[in-house]
Write a protein that binds this ligand. Structure first.
Ligand code: SF4
Length: 371
């Protein structure tokens, strides 16, 4: 009879239009991309490019830079040219910087409808310039800067208010035949945010940029984002994600990648399957898991490594992994594909696992199994 097929993903992706942010396709059948935002002054070109290089190394695919002043706008051309990944200019308040960003060769521009004064009059010109340059626009609605008219109408930043703001803004662009748009409707409350994106997903086919705004420090922000993105991505909603943390942006990228890997929206790379430890543990599981993680960091092959605290459940739990260890009596049983291949003293567990992992990685690379 066999086992029923386990779905590898929780849902089909929502069908969205596809836009092109520089070299990265967003929406349609393009993989969900991970983005972040620099924290440097954009006018400090060296520091900004340095941070973009770090973000690129951490797996960031699209980077956004703030553009609050003329000096920042003046820096965009060099940054856009030298960045290894597409650069999006983030514009509040001044439409003139939207034109500057398009001229500077930015891959996209983010505008905040609630914040751009006299924006309505400028839409036609912006649509014309963006269209001529092939530059998409992100309509980025934020609960904290919602249009006053909508705040009055709804009393606060409800999902309906966020969505109405975004779709109204999109309609202004549509009037000029411009549909090269992606949308975000961010809120700091994951429940409001999830409901806003669900509503938005029903009402349009634009690609959606997910974000929980002001999610907080790393621990809280990671959980809020994982819960909110998880709920939406599990329903197939979301084409690109930005985790917002009060932490270095490379941390946001790590969290974003991990969320996508957890949902099989991206091939998993190194995955440590470690037990929580319990009264049966005969080794310090936390320390061992940390040492194995550190030793294998940066491996690019999809490898599941099980770290189990005892031999009671260890071998069974490790069987699904590519490689594993079950500890007991000062020794570690090393497993490859569920078979014990050797038993080593506790002090040799980490180096043996690393050695075996490298052997498996080599075989995988030879077989072309790369992430
Ligand atoms: Fe406890 Fe052993 Fe399971 Fe770890 S593998 S949780 S030590 S029973």
């Amino acid at each position: 009879l066999g086992m029923p097929d386990v779905p590898t993903r929780l849902a089909d992706r929502r069908k969205s239009r596809q836009i092109q942010v520089g070299s990265v396709a967003v929406g349609g059948d393009a993989p969900v991309s991970v983005q972040s935002m620099t924290t440097t002054r954009t006018s400090d070109i060296g520091a900004t490019l340095q941070q973009i290089a770090e973000l690129t190394a951490s797996g960031c695919q699209i980077v956004r830079v703030a553009c609050p002043t003329q000096d920042d706008a003046d820096a965009l051309a060099t940054i856009a040219r030298k960045s290894q990944i597409p650069v999006i200019a983030d514009i509040h308040f001044q439409p003139k910087y939207v034109f500057a960003a398009i001229d500077a060769g930015c891959a996209a521009v983010r505008v905040n409808p609630g914040n751009i004064k006299q924006f309505d009059d400028k839409v036609k010109e912006i649509a014309k310039a963006a269209s001529a340059a092939g530059v998409p626009i992100r309509i980025g609605v934020n609960a904290g800067s919602l249009d006053r008219r909508l705040l009055e109408k709804y009393g606060k930043a409800t999902p309906e208010a966020l969505v109405e703001s975004a779709l109204w803004e999109a309609s202004l662009f549509e009037e000029h035949g411009f549909r090269d748009i992606k949308i975000s409707v961010k809120h700091n409350d994951p429940v409001v945010m999830v409901n806003a994106y669900r509503l938005l997903a029903q009402k349009c086919d634009y690609p959606l940029h997910l974000g929980v705004t002001e999610a907080g420090p790393a621990f809280q922000g990671t959980i809020k984002s994982a819960v909110a993105f998880g709920a939406l991505l599990a329903e197939g909603i979301g084409d690109t994600i930005r985790v917002s943390l009060s932490a270095p942006p490379a941390e946001e990228v790590k969290v974003g990648i991990q969320i996508l890997e957890s949902l099989n929206l991206r091939q998993r790379r190194l995955e440590i399957v470690s037990c929580p430890s319990c009264g049966r543990a005969q080794v310090d599981v936390y320390k061992l898991a940390d040492e194995v993680s550190a030793g294998l960091e940066g491996m690019e092959v999809p490898l599941r490594v099980a770290v189990m605290g005892c031999v009671v459940n260890g071998p069974g739990e490790a069987r699904e992994a590519d490689l594993g260890v079950a500890s007991g009596n000062g020794k570690g049983q090393i497993f490859v594909k569920g078979e014990v291949i050797k038993t080593v003293p506790e002090s040799k567990i980490v180096e043996t696992l690393i050695e075996e992992a490298l052997k498996i990685a080599e075989t995988m690379q030879a077989d072309g199994v790369m992430s």
